[in-house]
Design a binder for this molecule. Structure first.
Ligand SMILES: C[S@@+](CC[C@H](N)C(=O)[O-])C[C@H]1O[C@@H](n2cnc3c(N)ncnc32)[C@H](O)[C@@H]1O
Length: 621
């Protein structure tokens, strides 16, 4: 564990310092802290910081656009009109948004966020000090509202509060009272502005449903905590919603896609990998309305795409759609960051972004087929022509039938421009603000983001090189040479961020197998490995034999040892080993133990810190 995420404590408490925040945990309830998730929190902070800057940029561009339009109608001769606009029957109008973007292209948005943050803090403290309204500093435009929907101890929120600028509100919500009691005690010891951070005990789904129309009530909170500070009334949708459950996020998705603002960010973790990877297809279908492929080689990516499909389809019901910012398979869970937009026109296109995989039951060949197609006028169902998936509906290599997996998200799963920015932030944190110190897991985070930045995010799913080789019972070809050969043939290639052995490519199955045929021609399979077994129903004829029986359509020699991506890639710690043994999920919180322990331990801690209400009252007197 990094020294920035270290723990110590006495017999009945554990004190954890994770970067900016120190938390006291009752020892019996160690489940509230899982250090495996430090990377998840570091990643989330990086992505939310970038989102905050983007929201500010987009807001300013809109203001600039309005300004330009006003100037135009005062002086139309100042503007050049594009051909497209000239043709409009309503009358010509310049592309104000592009001009606004151009005008603001050199603005340092990190700096702008910092200035707004300072202005917000000044304004808040003046309001709290009862400054007469005539002397109040100007009120800054709205900052970020973040919902930590399943917060547990609130450590994530505490870090968001300390490490993300320009915040208006962080709501720490959990179903369990002991978790929120713990969060409240820790808030008191973390110099947190109570007008920004608030706590709530209640069902996260209800919080989402109540926030979508700005009618959030305090009914479920047994302590009657106010919705927010009376001086800063903030209700309604959130700019960022974080869903970090134990297991599946499915129960929270319908509410969350509605309660995030237009263009807002939804951050979702799912840890139910056994379900998403096909061990329980019926449960996956029930929760995500998608059939996973059991033992699919592309397990983590399919899981990500199933979750994205679920977000998209639930958002579509409300005239909204998603745009993935970045999607990660990490350790034992998946985590996606998406934006949610209102757009009926984009919702219509959804069938082009959702599709199915036809997975050969005989070999690793697969075909991805979108649900819909665009005729130029309308969106209609895809027609499965005989050669779209194999030959006559069977695998072209082995003649075996297909299994159909999906529906899942087939469009890009990352916005590579944002991911590139994230890589730079992690490389040079100090260039991006005084309090942007290196994050506790920055080395791992850098490796993860770098591998994502190199990924072909628009080529769904992948092959595993050892799997291709074992199908042919051949030696595993050198990865660099295999990728270089595909590149020489004119195809795009990459690894994936989760699997070092993965081959992502836009090359069709037959080209990939022709490469294997060439490889086996140069490196023949040992005779004993290709023996037939006459006693078996198909005479022991393996998928590899069927594949290798065919002549390749081209010849290649694998002489180029490294592909361009390998040659040009930057230095990073890719695919690191687990930092320690038993790296994985922890059991759920033992609420009964917690109930008994939290109150007692945290009261003592607060007393030690001299922060009891009694002392406060005395001080004030
Ligand atoms: C994995 S933990 C959250 C960890 C936390 N986000 C972090 O980064 O440390 C999941 C939490 O969700 C809470 N939870 C479960 N169902 C809930 C619901 N319906 N509404 C709100 N919270 C819920 C549990 O009490 C638990 O504390």
């Amino acid at each position: 564990m990094s020294d920035k995420a270290a723990g110590n404590g006495d017999a009945d408490t554990v004190t954890i310092t994770e970067n900016s925040s120190t938390m006291h945990f009752p020892n019996k309830n160690e489940v509230f802290y899982n250090k495996v998730q430090v990377l998840n929190r570091d990643l989330s902070i990086t992505m939310i910081r970038l989102h905050g800057e983007r929201m500010l940029k987009e807001r300013r561009e809109k203001v600039e656009k309005k300004k330009l339009r006003k100037i135009f109608y005062d002086n139309p001769e100042k503007f050049e009109l594009t051909d497209k606009k000239k043709k409009k029957s309503k009358g010509p109008e310049p592309d104000f948004l592009s001009q606004a973007k151009e005008n603001l292209k050199d603005v340092d948005w990190t700096n702008e966020v910092r200035s707004e943050d300072a202005a917000r803090k000044l304004h808040r403290s003046a309001v709290l000090n009862n400054t007469p309204s005539a002397s109040l500093p100007p009120s800054p435009p709205p900052g970020l509202k973040i919902m930590d929907c399943l917060a547990a101890s609130g450590l994530r929120s505490m870090r968001y509060y300390h490490e993300i600028q320009n915040l208006d509100l962080v709501t720490i919500n959990d179903l369990e009272t002991p978790a929120i009691t713990l969060a409240e005690n820790n808030i008191k010891q973390n110099s947190v502005d109570p007008t920004v951070v608030r706590t709530r005990v209640g069902d996260g789904t209800m919080l989402c449903y109540e926030s979508r129309n700005g009618v959030e009530s305090i009914r479920p909170d047994p302590r009657n905590n106010p919705i927010c500070h009376p001086s800063f009334p903030l209700t309604g949708r959130y700019d960022v919603i974080d869903l970090d459950p134990y297991g599946s996020a499915a129960p929270f998705i319908d509410g969350a896609v509605q309660s995030v603002v237009d263009g807002g960010m939804l951050n979702v973790t799912c840890t139910d990998m056994a379900v998403l990877s096909g061990n329980h297809p019926e449960t996956c279908f029930a929760k995500y309305r998608s059939m996973p492929i059991h033992k699919g080689r592309y397990l983590h990516e399919l899981a990500l795409r199933i979750l994205l499909q679920s977000l998209e389809s639930q958002a579509n019901k409300y005239g909204r759609h998603i745009v993935p910012i970045a999607s990660f398979g990490i350790d034992f869970y998946i985590r996606v960051f998406v934006r949610v937009f209102d757009s009926k026109a984009e919702v219509k296109k959804s069938s082009l972004k959702i599709g199915y995989v036809y997975q050969s039951t005989g070999c690793p060949s697969f075909h991805v087929v979108p649900s819909g197609t665009f005729t130029g006028k309308s969106y209609v169902p895809q027609v499965i022509k005989s050669d779209l998936v194999g030959v006559d509906g069977k695998c072209a290599e082995t003649g075996k039938p297909f299994k159909v997996g999906g529906p899942f998200w087939t469009a890009p799963i990352h916005d590579l421009e944002v991911v590139d920015k994230a890589v730079k932030r992690v490389e040079n944190p100090r260039d991006y603000g005084q309090n942007h110190d290196p994050l506790p897991t920055s080395k791992r985070l850098h490796g993860l983001l770098t591998t994502v930045s190199e990924e072909l995010s628009d080529c769904p799913l992948y092959y595993l090189l050892p799997d291709l080789a074992s199908t042919c019972r051949a030696q595993v070809p050198p990865r660099g040479a295999f990728l270089a050969q595909l590149e020489e043939l004119g195809y795009r290639v990459s690894a994936t961020h989760k699997e070092a052995d993965a081959i992502k490519t836009d090359a069709p199955n037959d080209v990939v197998w022709d490469l294997m045929r060439n490889w086996v021609r140069l490196n023949p399979v040992a005779a004993k490995r290709e023996r037939k077994d006459e006693s078996k129903p198909n005479k022991g004829e393996t998928a590899g034999m069927l594949i290798l029986e065919k002549e390749p359509k081209f010849f290649c020699d694998f002489k180029t040892k490294k592909n361009q991506k390998l040659l040009n890639r930057k230095k990073a710690t890719r695919y690191p080993q687990n930092p320690e043994a038993n790296w994985g999920p922890k059991a759920r919180a033992n609420v009964t133990a917690t109930m008994a322990n939290v109150e007692e331990v945290s009261k003592r801690k607060i007393a030690e810190a001299g922060l009891t209400e009694e002392k406060d009252a005395k001080k004030q007197a």
